[in-house]
Write a protein that binds this ligand. Structure first.
Ligand code: NAD
Length: 276
């Protein structure tokens, strides 16, 4: 018997703004053919750019793209998610997979909006963060209902093209992903700002302090991600007993950095719950 490879699934993006264009760029860079991708967006310039840049099939009509795709990524703003999903329900087949990237819109609502007389498609919620825009994202994924193997693996490929991917067992854990990753680039920005202000306070020019703080954040993140050495060991290695780093960390601990970060994350989780 001759083994045949399954056909490459086609991915359709509904809304081709910042996130979708980053995902499309990531997929093409990862070796996906532009023929396997298509996108709908009401903005003429957005569609023209995608055609000129990648030769992508585009349409101003969301339904056109849904008919072409095996996996449909809803990449519109949360405010328009409900009308967009409801308008597509009758066009979506139960064999398709729909991926929502909107924070705060929960599975039961998506299932209701996407249900039709034919049934409900497989639904996945994805929670990427903004570094995905430059290929360094961290995304949490959760299947809201029964999703085909094709749907799962294609969705994983989409987000793996712009960073790392974690599958969750429970939808409720997406709020924890928001606290640890979705909102967290801003925590690191705040820390860089604090380091910069501290450096300025100690007499460095502001721009120099900022450059040093940014490069140090980048260096620390690369050290943590590019070796198998646990982060705790990395911290201990740069903390000589009685040295400058030890004194600085002691001061951070005296201010209970851990408790402060936990409190900030709980605030993010509470807000995500309230927005749902
Ligand atoms: P964006 O505004 O850049 O893109 C949204 C696109 O949707 C626009 O191109 C717009 O023309 C299009 N659009 C508007 N109405 C439409 C409709 N009825 N049908 C089809 N397309 C329509 O926004 P974005 O930053 O790409 O975010 C998209 C979604 O991704 C949001 O739900 C956001 O919360 C989520 N998200 C974004 C990021 C990020 O880093 N940008 C990270 C995590 C989650």
């Amino acid at each position: 018997m001759i083994a045949t490879n399954p056909p490459t699934p086609r991915i359709g993006f509904i809304g081709a703004g910042n996130l979708a264009t980053s995902l499309i760029g990531g997929l093409i860079q990862a070796g996906w053919s532009p023929d396997s991708l298509c996108a709908a967006d009401p903005a003429d310039t957005t569609r023209r750019q995608l055609t000129e840049r990648y030769g992508l099939l585009v349409s101003p009509e969301n339904q056109d793209i849904v008919h072409q795709a095996d996996v449909v990524v809803l990449a519109v703003k949360p405010q328009v998610m409900q009308p967009v999903a409801r308008a597509l329900a009758e066009a979506i087949r139960p064999t398709q997979t729909v991926v929502s990237v909107a924070a705060g819109i929960e599975g039961p609502a998506l299932s209701r909006w996407l249900a039709s007389t034919l049934g409900t498609p497989g639904i996945i919620r994805a929670m990427p963060n903004t570094p995905a825009l430059l290929g360094a994202g961290a995304t949490g994924l959760v299947a809201v209902n029964a999703v085909s193997e094709m749907g799962r693996s294609t969705t994983e490929s989409i987000f793996a093209a712009v960073g790392t991917v974690e599958w969750l067992e429970r939808e409720a854990d997406l709020n924890a992903v928001i606290a640890v990753a979705g909102s967290a680039p801003a925590y690191f920005f705040a820390f860089i700002e604090a380091l910069t202000r501290g450096g300025t306070n100690l007499g460095l020019p502001q721009t120099m302090a900022e450059r040093l703080a940014i490069q140090t954040a980048l260096g620390a993140a690369r050290m943590a991600s590019e070796t198998d050495v646990p982060v705790q060991t990395l911290r201990e290695r740069v903390t000589s007993p009685g040295g400058t780093t030890a004194e600085a960390l002691k001061a951070l601990q005296a201010g209970d950095l851990d408790a402060l970060v936990r409190k900030a994350m709980q605030a993010a989780v509470d807000r995500a719950g309230a927005m749902a």
